[in-house]
Design a protein around this ligand. Structure first.
Ligand SMILES: [Zn+2]
Length: 248
Protein backbone atom coordinates (compact mmCIF):
# COMPACT_ATOMS: atom_id res chain seq x y z
CA UNK A 1 0.00 0.00 0.00
CA UNK A 2 1.15 3.55 -0.71
CA UNK A 3 0.74 6.52 1.61
CA UNK A 4 -2.37 7.55 -0.32
CA UNK A 5 -3.76 4.01 -0.07
CA UNK A 6 -3.24 3.99 3.67
CA UNK A 7 -4.77 7.45 4.18
CA UNK A 8 -7.85 6.49 2.18
CA UNK A 9 -8.28 3.07 3.78
CA UNK A 10 -10.07 4.05 6.99
CA UNK A 11 -8.27 1.47 9.16
CA UNK A 12 -10.39 0.01 11.95
CA UNK A 13 -8.19 -2.91 13.00
CA UNK A 14 -4.43 -3.46 12.81
CA UNK A 15 -3.26 -7.06 12.44
CA UNK A 16 0.27 -8.11 13.36
CA UNK A 17 1.52 -11.67 12.96
CA UNK A 18 4.30 -12.89 15.26
CA UNK A 19 6.34 -15.83 14.00
CA UNK A 20 9.67 -17.38 14.93
CA UNK A 21 12.83 -18.60 13.22
CA UNK A 22 13.91 -21.91 14.75
CA UNK A 23 14.62 -25.55 13.93
CA UNK A 24 11.64 -27.68 12.96
CA UNK A 25 13.34 -31.05 12.67
CA UNK A 26 14.62 -32.84 9.58
CA UNK A 27 11.58 -32.10 7.38
CA UNK A 28 10.66 -28.43 7.74
CA UNK A 29 12.59 -25.15 7.40
CA UNK A 30 13.53 -22.79 10.22
CA UNK A 31 11.01 -20.28 8.85
CA UNK A 32 7.98 -22.58 9.30
CA UNK A 33 6.23 -20.52 12.00
CA UNK A 34 6.87 -17.27 10.11
CA UNK A 35 5.67 -18.66 6.75
CA UNK A 36 2.55 -20.11 8.33
CA UNK A 37 1.67 -17.03 10.35
CA UNK A 38 2.27 -14.61 7.48
CA UNK A 39 0.18 -16.69 5.06
CA UNK A 40 -2.64 -16.99 7.59
CA UNK A 41 -2.71 -13.24 8.23
CA UNK A 42 -2.67 -12.38 4.51
CA UNK A 43 -5.48 -14.77 3.72
CA UNK A 44 -7.65 -13.74 6.66
CA UNK A 45 -7.16 -9.99 6.13
CA UNK A 46 -7.95 -10.29 2.42
CA UNK A 47 -11.12 -12.29 3.13
CA UNK A 48 -12.22 -9.93 5.89
CA UNK A 49 -11.71 -6.83 3.75
CA UNK A 50 -13.63 -8.42 0.88
CA UNK A 51 -16.51 -8.65 3.36
CA UNK A 52 -16.30 -4.98 4.29
CA UNK A 53 -13.77 -4.97 7.12
CA UNK A 54 -11.04 -2.33 7.28
CA UNK A 55 -8.17 -4.46 8.55
CA UNK A 56 -4.61 -3.25 7.95
CA UNK A 57 -1.90 -5.91 8.03
CA UNK A 58 1.51 -5.02 9.42
CA UNK A 59 4.61 -7.00 8.36
CA UNK A 60 4.85 -10.26 10.28
CA UNK A 61 7.59 -10.46 12.91
CA UNK A 62 10.02 -13.22 11.82
CA UNK A 63 11.75 -13.41 15.22
CA UNK A 64 10.16 -14.32 18.55
CA UNK A 65 10.76 -16.12 21.85
CA UNK A 66 12.44 -19.50 21.58
CA UNK A 67 14.46 -19.17 24.75
CA UNK A 68 14.23 -22.94 25.33
CA UNK A 69 15.91 -23.77 21.96
CA UNK A 70 19.46 -22.96 23.05
CA UNK A 71 20.78 -26.47 22.46
CA UNK A 72 20.27 -26.06 18.70
CA UNK A 73 22.22 -23.82 16.33
CA UNK A 74 20.95 -20.46 15.16
CA UNK A 75 17.48 -20.51 16.64
CA UNK A 76 17.01 -16.78 16.16
CA UNK A 77 15.54 -15.17 19.25
CA UNK A 78 14.83 -12.01 21.18
CA UNK A 79 14.15 -12.00 24.91
CA UNK A 80 10.78 -12.15 26.62
CA UNK A 81 10.93 -8.50 27.72
CA UNK A 82 12.21 -7.37 24.31
CA UNK A 83 9.25 -8.96 22.57
CA UNK A 84 6.89 -7.43 25.12
CA UNK A 85 8.41 -3.97 24.59
CA UNK A 86 8.26 -4.30 20.80
CA UNK A 87 4.56 -5.22 20.98
CA UNK A 88 3.84 -2.42 23.44
CA UNK A 89 5.54 0.05 21.06
CA UNK A 90 3.40 -1.21 18.17
CA UNK A 91 0.22 -0.81 20.22
CA UNK A 92 1.20 2.67 21.31
CA UNK A 93 1.98 3.77 17.73
CA UNK A 94 -1.35 2.38 16.55
CA UNK A 95 -3.12 4.30 19.31
CA UNK A 96 -1.32 7.48 18.20
CA UNK A 97 -2.69 6.85 14.71
CA UNK A 98 -6.18 6.82 16.19
CA UNK A 99 -6.88 3.10 15.81
CA UNK A 100 -8.44 1.32 18.81
CA UNK A 101 -8.42 -2.34 17.80
CA UNK A 102 -5.33 -4.53 17.46
CA UNK A 103 -5.11 -8.26 16.77
CA UNK A 104 -1.88 -10.16 17.35
CA UNK A 105 -1.79 -13.44 15.44
CA UNK A 106 0.62 -15.81 17.12
CA UNK A 107 2.41 -18.40 15.00
CA UNK A 108 4.67 -19.88 17.70
CA UNK A 109 3.73 -21.37 21.07
CA UNK A 110 6.79 -19.92 22.80
CA UNK A 111 5.54 -16.38 22.10
CA UNK A 112 2.25 -16.85 23.93
CA UNK A 113 3.35 -15.87 27.43
CA UNK A 114 5.14 -12.68 26.31
CA UNK A 115 2.17 -11.61 24.19
CA UNK A 116 -0.27 -12.19 27.06
CA UNK A 117 2.00 -10.32 29.47
CA UNK A 118 2.25 -7.40 27.02
CA UNK A 119 -1.56 -7.25 26.84
CA UNK A 120 -1.74 -7.03 30.63
CA UNK A 121 1.01 -4.43 30.81
CA UNK A 122 -0.79 -2.35 28.19
CA UNK A 123 -4.08 -2.63 30.05
CA UNK A 124 -2.34 -1.62 33.26
CA UNK A 125 -0.54 1.42 31.86
CA UNK A 126 -2.98 2.97 29.38
CA UNK A 127 -5.86 5.27 30.40
CA UNK A 128 -9.18 3.74 29.39
CA UNK A 129 -10.18 6.81 27.34
CA UNK A 130 -7.60 5.96 24.69
CA UNK A 131 -6.82 2.32 25.42
CA UNK A 132 -7.00 0.19 22.31
CA UNK A 133 -8.73 -3.16 22.53
CA UNK A 134 -5.99 -5.72 21.94
CA UNK A 135 -6.46 -9.46 21.55
CA UNK A 136 -4.31 -12.42 20.57
CA UNK A 137 -5.40 -15.20 18.26
CA UNK A 138 -3.50 -18.39 17.56
CA UNK A 139 -5.32 -18.89 14.31
CA UNK A 140 -8.15 -20.58 16.15
CA UNK A 141 -7.35 -24.19 15.59
CA UNK A 142 -6.47 -25.85 18.86
CA UNK A 143 -4.63 -28.83 17.38
CA UNK A 144 -1.71 -26.68 16.27
CA UNK A 145 -0.86 -25.77 19.85
CA UNK A 146 0.46 -29.32 20.28
CA UNK A 147 2.27 -29.46 16.96
CA UNK A 148 5.92 -28.70 16.39
CA UNK A 149 7.10 -30.01 13.06
CA UNK A 150 4.34 -32.64 13.16
CA UNK A 151 1.50 -33.43 10.76
CA UNK A 152 -0.29 -30.09 10.92
CA UNK A 153 2.78 -27.96 10.31
CA UNK A 154 4.16 -30.38 7.71
CA UNK A 155 0.83 -30.33 5.87
CA UNK A 156 0.71 -26.52 5.97
CA UNK A 157 4.25 -26.24 4.61
CA UNK A 158 3.44 -28.78 1.86
CA UNK A 159 0.69 -26.39 0.85
CA UNK A 160 2.65 -23.13 1.26
CA UNK A 161 6.31 -23.95 0.56
CA UNK A 162 6.45 -27.42 -1.05
CA UNK A 163 9.98 -26.81 -2.35
CA UNK A 164 11.23 -26.42 1.25
CA UNK A 165 9.74 -29.68 2.63
CA UNK A 166 12.18 -32.62 2.79
CA UNK A 167 9.63 -35.35 2.13
CA UNK A 168 12.35 -38.04 2.10
CA UNK A 169 12.54 -37.59 5.89
CA UNK A 170 8.82 -38.05 6.68
CA UNK A 171 8.60 -40.31 9.75
CA UNK A 172 7.23 -40.70 13.28
CA UNK A 173 9.34 -38.48 15.54
CA UNK A 174 9.35 -39.33 19.26
CA UNK A 175 8.62 -36.95 22.13
CA UNK A 176 10.80 -36.94 25.24
CA UNK A 177 9.18 -37.68 28.62
CA UNK A 178 10.11 -36.01 31.90
CA UNK A 179 10.89 -38.47 34.67
CA UNK A 180 8.30 -36.87 37.00
CA UNK A 181 4.79 -38.05 36.17
CA UNK A 182 2.87 -35.05 37.49
CA UNK A 183 4.78 -32.65 35.30
CA UNK A 184 2.75 -34.07 32.39
CA UNK A 185 -0.51 -32.81 33.88
CA UNK A 186 -1.95 -29.95 31.80
CA UNK A 187 -2.53 -27.89 34.97
CA UNK A 188 1.22 -27.73 35.62
CA UNK A 189 3.23 -25.16 33.69
CA UNK A 190 6.97 -25.23 33.09
CA UNK A 191 9.40 -24.37 30.31
CA UNK A 192 10.44 -27.48 28.44
CA UNK A 193 14.01 -27.69 27.13
CA UNK A 194 12.93 -28.29 23.55
CA UNK A 195 15.88 -30.53 22.58
CA UNK A 196 14.72 -32.96 25.29
CA UNK A 197 11.00 -32.56 24.52
CA UNK A 198 11.39 -33.17 20.77
CA UNK A 199 14.88 -34.68 20.41
CA UNK A 200 14.74 -34.68 16.60
CA UNK A 201 13.74 -31.02 16.43
CA UNK A 202 10.17 -31.88 15.46
CA UNK A 203 7.70 -34.27 17.03
CA UNK A 204 4.92 -36.59 15.93
CA UNK A 205 3.87 -38.80 13.03
CA UNK A 206 4.26 -36.94 9.72
CA UNK A 207 3.78 -39.67 7.10
CA UNK A 208 0.10 -38.87 6.58
CA UNK A 209 0.80 -35.18 5.93
CA UNK A 210 -0.51 -33.72 2.68
CA UNK A 211 -0.97 -30.38 0.94
CA UNK A 212 -4.72 -31.05 0.95
CA UNK A 213 -4.76 -31.35 4.74
CA UNK A 214 -2.67 -28.18 4.92
CA UNK A 215 -5.14 -26.33 2.73
CA UNK A 216 -8.08 -27.53 4.85
CA UNK A 217 -6.30 -26.43 7.98
CA UNK A 218 -5.30 -23.01 6.65
CA UNK A 219 -8.72 -22.42 5.12
CA UNK A 220 -10.55 -23.05 8.38
CA UNK A 221 -8.06 -21.02 10.46
CA UNK A 222 -8.26 -18.11 7.97
CA UNK A 223 -12.05 -18.27 7.86
CA UNK A 224 -12.29 -18.04 11.65
CA UNK A 225 -9.74 -15.24 11.86
CA UNK A 226 -11.50 -13.35 9.05
CA UNK A 227 -14.82 -13.66 10.91
CA UNK A 228 -13.20 -12.19 14.03
CA UNK A 229 -11.78 -9.30 12.00
CA UNK A 230 -15.13 -8.56 10.34
CA UNK A 231 -16.88 -8.51 13.71
CA UNK A 232 -14.22 -6.33 15.35
CA UNK A 233 -13.98 -3.95 12.41
CA UNK A 234 -17.71 -3.29 12.30
CA UNK A 235 -18.13 -2.65 16.03
CA UNK A 236 -17.67 1.00 17.07
CA UNK A 237 -14.99 1.48 19.74
CA UNK A 238 -15.80 3.23 23.01
CA UNK A 239 -14.00 3.10 26.38
CA UNK A 240 -16.07 0.10 27.60
CA UNK A 241 -15.48 -1.89 24.41
CA UNK A 242 -16.16 -4.79 23.88
CA UNK A 243 -18.94 -4.51 26.48
CA UNK A 244 -21.91 -2.17 26.06
CA UNK A 245 -21.19 1.49 26.94
CA UNK A 246 -21.83 2.07 30.64
CA UNK A 247 -23.61 5.17 31.99
CA UNK A 248 -21.11 7.78 33.26
ZN1 LIG B 1 6.32 -24.36 14.44
Amino acid sequence: MTLDDVRAFGTEVVVLGIGSTEPHGPILPYGTDYFYCDALCRRAVRQANERGARALMYPTFPIGNNVNFKAWPFACRIGVRTLMLALLDVISAVEEDGVRKVVFVNGHGGNTDAIRAALREHFHNTPRERRAFVCMSTGMAASRALDHGGEVETSCMMRLKPDLVRTEHLQDMPFGKPTLEWLEHPAVYWVRPWHLHVPMGGGGETRDSSAEKGEDYLASAAENLAALLVELSGAPWHPDFPYAPQPE
